[in-house]
Design a protein around this ligand. Structure first.
Ligand code: AMP
Length: 211
């Protein structure tokens, strides 16, 4: 099963992707994580992507399409994958449809006000990419990742000014992707506000996965 997760930055795509991954036993392909890894390595993709990521802008479509196409060809994607953060433009969605059959696109709906509040308290593990919130979902030991023990940090692009820019980009360039999948009859939407477990149940119901 190939699934797309749509939603504004901070809507909870990464958190929910982990639940779907465990249920379907397929990998999560997070383009944001792939880009952050490339930037940390300083490879050719990372050098090109950094200027866009740091400003909260989208990395050009051709780079992203090549990256995802290559990743989807890996053996571990033979049974499916959850795509988190791709496609983010209609051009990316069209390209994806040409090289891969998408079963469903799930949109996690959260208001801009909630996003801004969430992002201000978001803490991320640079090692395993687990995310926390200082109030809503704190780690057991403040500042330390529960999963791998690494020191948590604030993502450079979670800076409030960059978050506002990312929301603007989301509304302008990524929201039309919802209509693209609605027209194909593949869009499901859920409210992304409330306890994480409740949202998980809404999503599993929408995707007809065993609760
Ligand atoms: P994310 O972790 O998904 O919020 O992504 C972080 C940043 O990576 C975004 O703000 C973009 O700069 C870049 N990015 C991630 N996925 C894409 C994509 N599909 N197309 C263009 N840029 C992307």
């Amino acid at each position: 099963m190939k699934l797309i997760l749509l939603g504004a930055p901070g809507a909870g795509k990464g958190t929910q992707a982990a639940f779907i991954k465990a249920a379907l036993k397929v990998p999560v392909i997070s383009t944001g994580n792939l880009l952050r890894e490339a930037i940390a390595q300083g490879n050719a993709l990372g050098i090109q992507a950094k200027q866009y990521v740091d400003k909260g802008q989208l990395v050009p479509d051709d780079l992203m399409i090549d990256l995802v196409q290559e990743r989807l060809q890996s053996n571990d994607c033979a049974q499916g994958a959850v795509l988190d953060g791709f496609p983010r433009t209609v051009a990316q969605a069209q390209a994806l449809e040409d090289f891969c059959h998408v079963d469903a696109a799930l949109s996690i709906e959260v208001s801009d006000e909630t996003i801004v509040r969430r992002m201000a308290g978001r803490r991320t593990c640079p090692q395993c990419h687990a995310t926390y919130h200082v109030e809503d979902n704190p780690p057991k030991v403040p500042g330390i990742c529960d999963k791998c023990g690494e020191k948590l940090g604030v993502r450079h692009d979670d800076d409030p000014q960059v978050v506002l820019q990312r929301l603007k980009v989301y509304h302008q360039q990524t929201e039309p992707v919802k209509q693209y999948y609605a027209d194909l009859g593949k869009l499901r939407s859920v409210e992304g506000v409330g306890p994480v477990e409740e949202i998980r149940r809404r999503i599993f119901k929408a995707l007809e996965l065993p609760l």
